[in-house]
Design a protein around this ligand. Structure first.
Ligand SMILES: Cc1cc2nc3c(=O)[nH]c(=O)nc-3n(C[C@H](O)[C@H](O)[C@H](O)COP(=O)(O)OP(=O)(O)OC[C@H]3O[C@@H](n4cnc5c(N)ncnc54)[C@H](O)[C@@H]3O)c2cc1C
Length: 427
C-alpha cells in the first residue's frame, strides 16, 4: 500500500484521482486544492456568460463529496505552501488557518495554470477582469447586469478572447477586440482561415483593433481607457485574455522545468524527481507534429495526462502517445478546427513543409438543398511527406473530420498514404 498526495484537483487532478481509486483500492489518496470548487469546465464559460446555457450547474462533473465517496481524503480551500522533496512532506494551510504536514510515498502535482497579467500600469483597476475560475465568470456576469457597463474591451484574440466577444455582444454591449498580432486565432490557424473569422466578427458588429501592443490601462479607481501603441479606446470593462502560464512556483528550483517554467515530464508523467509526477497545465507534453517536448494547455491534454499518471501511480504501466493540440472554435455559426502545426508556425521554427489547400462541398454537388463549403489545408513535411498539421473551416459542423488528421499525425502518416484512405461516400 502507498500513500499518494495530490496537489490540485481540477481536470487533471480529478482524472488521476478517479483513475487511481478505480484501479487500486488499497492506496491512500490525500488531495489538497486551494479552490472551493473542483472540476469547473472553463470551456462552457463563454456559453454561460453569453446566456446560451441557463446556468453553471452543468459545468461541474465532480465534487469534494464525490471524490470522498470514491475513497479519497479531500481538503478544499487548503493551499499547499511548500514541499520537502527529500523528507517527502507536503505543507498546506487551510483558509481558516489549519496547518497540515502530510508525508507521501508518491506525489502528484496538478497545479494547473494561471492567467498571464502583463506588467503594465492599470491592471489593478476596478472592472479589469481575468477569466479562469468559476468565481471569475460569476463576477463578470454580475457586472454585465450593470447598465453603466456599455463598452467592453477584450484583450487577446486567442480562442478564449474570441469566444468572449460573442458572449458580451449577446448582452448588447459595444465590444472591441484588441490583439498584438494582425489577425485573430493566429496561433492555431493560417491567414485564409483567420480572415474568415475576422470577417465574421466584423460582420457581427465586433470592432477589431489588431496589430497593436497594449501599453496601459487608465482610469480613476475604475478602468476608463485602454491605451495601445496605435490608439486609445474608451472602456467600462476590460477582459485580459492574453494567455496562461504554468503554475509551478512550488519546487521550481528543484524539479527540471521547460523554458516557460512548466514541470518537464517523461512519457509516464514522471518529473526529474523520483516518485514525483506532474500532469495537466503545469506540465509539458510531447508534441507529435514537431517531435519535441512542448507546452499546450488544454483540458483534453489534462485529462489524458491524469489517466496516464493515475495508471502509473497505481502500479499499472502506461505511456503517453503524445498530443497534436487539436482544438476547435464555433463563433456566429462559423466553425474552425485544427490539429498539429500551421504553415506559419512551421516557417517560424524552420521546419521545411509544403501544403495542400482545397475547398470541398459538404454533400454531393447534385444535392439541391443547402450545401455548405468546407475549406481544408493540410501541412506536411517536405522531405518525409509526413502530415504535421491540418485546418478546416465551414458553416457546417464538420468537426469530426479533424480527428482523422490528428490520428494521421500521431501515426506519422504521409500525405500519400492519406490520399487513398477508404472514406465512405453518401450524397
Ligand atoms: C475560459 C476558458 C475556456 C477554455 N476552453 C477550453 C476548451 O474548450 N477545450 C480545452 O481543452 N481546454 C479549454 N480550456 C483550458 C482548460 O480549462 C485547462 O487546460 C484545464 O483547466 C487544465 O486543467 P488542470 O487541472 O491541469 O489545471 P487547472 O484547471 O488550472 O487546475 C489546477 C488546480 O490546482 C489547484 N491549485 C493550484 N495551486 C495549488 C496549491 N498550491 N495548493 C492547492 N491547490 C492548488 C487550483 O485551485 C486548481 O483547482 C479553457 C480554459 C479557460 C480559462
Amino acid at each position: 500500500m502507498s500513500k499518494i498526495v495530490v496537489v490540485g484537483s481540477n481536470h487533471a487532478g480529478t482524472a488521476a484521482i478517479n483513475t487511481m481509486l478505480s484501479l487500486n483500492k488499497d492506496n491512500e489518496v490525500v488531495v489538497f486544492d486551494r479552490n472551493s470548487n473542483i472540476s469547473f469546465l472553463g470551456c462552457g464559460m463563454a456559453l454561460w456568460i453569453g446566456g446560451q446555457i441557463k446556468g453553471s450547474d452543468g459545468l461541474f462533473y465532480a465534487t469534494k463529496e464525490s471524490l470522498e465517496e470514491a475513497g479519497a481524503t479531500v481538503h478544499t480551500q487548503t493551499e499547499v505552501t511548500d514541499i520537502d522533496f527529500d523528507r517527502k512532506v507536503v505543507y498546506a494551510k487551510s483558509i481558516d488557518g489549519k496547518e497540515y504536514e502530510e508525508n507521501y510515498d508518491k506525489l502528484l502535482l496538478a497545479t494547473g495554470s494561471i492567467p498571464f497579467v502583463p506588467d503594465i500600469p492599470g491592471t489593478d483597476l476596478e472592472n479589469v477582469q481575468q477569466v479562469k475560475l468559476y468565481q471569475n465568470a460569476n463576477e463578470v456576469i454580475g457586472k454585465l447586469r450593470d447598465k453603466n457597463i456599455k463598452k467592453v474591451i477584450v484583450i487577446g484574440a486567442g480562442y478564449i478572447g474570441v469566444e468572449l466577444v460573442e458572449a458580451f455582444q449577446r448582452h448588447g454591449k459595444e465590444v472591441t477586440l484588441i490583439n498584438r498580432s494582425t489577425s485573430t486565432l493566429s496561433n492555431y490557424y493560417d491567414k485564409p482561415f483567420t480572415d474568415l473569422m475576422d470577417k465574421t466578427l466584423k460582420e457581427n458588429g465586433i470592432k477589431l483593433e489588431l496589430g497593436q501592443q497594449l501599453i496601459e490601462l487608465k482610469g480613476d479607481k475604475k478602468v476608463e481607457k485602454v491605451v495601445t501603441d496605435k490608439g486609445e479606446y474608451d472602456a467600462d470593462m476590460v477582459l485580459l485574455c492574453i494567455g496562461f502560464r504554468p503554475n509551478t512556483f512550488i519546487g521550481r528550483d528543484k524539479i527540471k522545468t521547460f523554458r516557460n517554467g512548466a514541470y518537464k515530464v517523461d512519457s509516464k508523467q514522471m518529473t526529474s524527481i523520483k516518485d514525483v509526477y506532474a500532469i495537466g497545465d503545469c506540465a509539458t507534453v510531447f508534441d507529435n507534429s514537431i517531435k519535441e517536448t512542448s507546452y499546450i494547455a488544454l483540458a483534453s491534454n489534462a485529462l489524458r495526462s491524469g489517466i496516464i499518471a493515475g495508471n502509473n501511480l497505481s502500479g499499472k504501466e502506461m505511456e503517453s502517445v503524445g498530443v497534436q493540440g487539436s482544438n476547435g472554435i464555433s463563433i456566429y455559426g462559423l466553425h474552425l478546427v485544427s490539429t498539429g502545426i500551421t504553415l506559419n508556425r512551421a516557417k517560424k521554427i524552420g521546419l521545411e513543409v509544403e501544403y495542400s489547400d482545397y475547398n470541398d462541398l459538404q454533400r454531393a454537388e447534385f444535392m439541391e438543398n443547402e450545401n455548405p463549403e468546407v475549406k481544408i489545408r493540410v501541412v506536411y513535411e517536405k522531405e518525409s511527406r509526413r502530415i504535421v498539421g491540418a485546418q478546416m473551416a465551414s458553416k457546417y459542423d464538420m468537426h469530426m473530420g479533424i480527428h482523422m488528421f490528428s490520428l494521421a499525425i500521431q501515426k506519422n502518416l504521409t500525405i500519400d498514404e492519406l490520399k487513398l484512405l477508404d472514406i465512405f461516400f453518401l450524397p
